[in-house]
Design a protein around this ligand. Structure first.
Ligand code: SF4
Ligand code: SF4
Length: 454
């Protein structure tokens, strides 16, 4: 069930996968804009893989941007910080796009902010990012990353300090810095690489220093020539490779990237760590640099607001906890001359459809994609015609049709036999299915069923 490399390809790639239209042209030339500070942010206390964080300040406290407001729980968890200057209010609840109901800490922002607008953008992206890696203690980099609440910003939100902690049993040979952004429509990473390549390079070297890895490669799909050039220039004469990857979905998944870039297959149920690799997203790398060099915790992120249903698609730098409606309004709102069919947290392949625009941005929110009736397929699902196309495209060599059937019949034994936990929910199978069967939704329901039966 591991991803296989495509050996006869000239560009680096993996076997199977799909080629959806990338639709990046809607937002890729839109420079990052800073969202005006919203009146209120509602900061979820679970924005990462693992246990919720615990509030560590008094109720109705005055807080400053970057102040820690919730502490990581023991084990897999992450600290959380205020994303605005303001005053906290009573805890509330919110349903996140993945269906989880979590506590939130609202903060009413002060009319005057210490850092916002162009000044914030300059600190976040601009200026000088040079440093001497030899002068940094590897353990300090991991500690700063933990303190700053940094998690994977490509969507998975895995606490980064765990990847950076030195592991004597599993030494790391390679760092892959993931700039593929293979999910259609999204361009937040693309803009970061163009507008702040030095922060990406600085963070990549810090990840290397923390883990003791021998090599660093920055992996970018071949549909992003400006980003490739910006990163190439920022690398200068440093010992960092650029790996140009074939544009193909899901090239940015950790397993596909590891096999395509290095020819190393990650075992079923394993991690790149098991084959001596740490994969970090370009946004995560830049966050590490921002923390180590500028003392900034993870309080903001770049979000692409895009799709045929948005008046003016943009890439926005926003405080964590801002609601989706504020972002959409900042892009001119929803178009009234088209039939809006779906609003998605993330991109169309791996994102989650939402109905409530009060949903807050989390550390893992890479985009909001608004699709029109014209841009999506809407036929009624029909019975499986056993064409096998879902199997032909699954990068993990799973049998999606059998997984879907086992989920429908609530058969946990079969779900296990067909390796449901290996599925990364990339959506290739559903995209390809001529019968319009919601394979990913069925697989997700199978995973929930399995969890509940434990
Ligand atoms: S969603 Fe799962 S089963 Fe479907 S193609 Fe992706 S990995 Fe395979
Ligand atoms: S692609 Fe769809 S119709 Fe074809 S085998 Fe898979 S589930 Fe059945």
């Amino acid at each position: 069930m591991s991803v296989a490399i495509l050996k006869d390809s000239r560009k680096l790639s993996f076997r199977k996968g799909i080629h959806p239209a990338d639709r990046e042209e809607l937002s890729r030339d839109q420079a990052i804009e800073v969202l005006p500070t919203p009146e209120v942010v509602r900061i979820p206390l679970l924005q990462h893989l693992g246990a919720p964080s615990k509030v560590c300040i008094e109720a109705r406290a005055e807080v400053r941007m970057g102040q820690r407001i919730a502490e990581a729980s023991p084990g897999l968890s992450a600290n959380i910080h205020a994303s605005v200057d303001g005053k906290t209010a009573r805890e509330g609840l919110v349903t996140l796009p993945n269906g989880r109901r979590v506590a939130t800490l609202p903060i009413k922002s002060n009319p005057e902010q210490g850092l916002e607008g162009e000044a914030l953008k300059e600190v976040y992206l601009g200026g000088n990012w040079s440093f001497d890696p030899e002068c940094l203690d590897p353990a300090d980099i991991a500690r700063s990353t933990l303190e700053a609440g940094i998690v994977g910003m490509g969507g998975a939100a895995f606490p980064t300090h765990i990847k950076l902690a030195k592991n004597e049993k599993k030494p790391i040979a390679d760092i892959l810095v993931n700039g593929c952004e293979c999910e259609p429509y999204l361009t937040a990473d693309h803009r970061l690489m163009i507008e702040s390549p030095d922060s990406v390079i600085a963070g990549s070297l810090m990840v290397q220093r923390a883990t003791g890895a021998k090599h660093v490669s920055i992996c970018i799909e071949d549909n992003k020539p400006k980003a490739i050039e910006a990163i190439r220039q920022a690398i200068g004469d440093r010992d960092i490779d650029i790996k140009v990857m074939k544009s193909k979905y899901p090239q940015g998944s950790e397993k596909a990237l590891t096999v395509a870039a290095l020819g190393r297959a990650v075992p079923t149920g394993g991690l790149p760590l098991d084959v001596g690799v740490v994969v970090v997203n370009v946004g995560t790398a830049a966050s590490v640099a921002r923390t180590v060099l500028r003392g900034m915790p993870l309080t903001h992120r770049i979000v692409t607001v895009t799709g045929e249903g948005i008046v003016q698609p943009k890439n926005l730098l926003v405080p964590i906890g801002t609601d989706f409606k504020t972002l959409i309004d900042a892009c001119g709102g929803l178009r009234e001359d088209v039939d809006i069919a779906r609003i998605i947290a993330g991109g169309p392949m791996m994102g989650f459809a939402i109905t409530d625009l009060d949903t807050p941005v989390t550390k893992g929110t890479s985009g909001i994609t608004v699709l029109t009736a014209e841009s999506i397929r809407r036929e009624q699902a029909t019975a499986c015609v056993r064409c096998g196309m879902c199997v032909d495209v699954c990068p993990l060599d799973l049998v999606p049709t059998k997984l879907a059937l086992a989920a429908r019949h609530q058969n946990v034994e079969l779900l296990n036999r067909y390796h449901i936990d290996a599925c990364m929910e990339c959506g290739c199978c559903a995209y390809q299915c001529p019968a319009g069967i919601p394979l990913v939704q069925l697989i997700r329901s199978g995973k929930i069923l399995k969890r509940n039966r434990k």
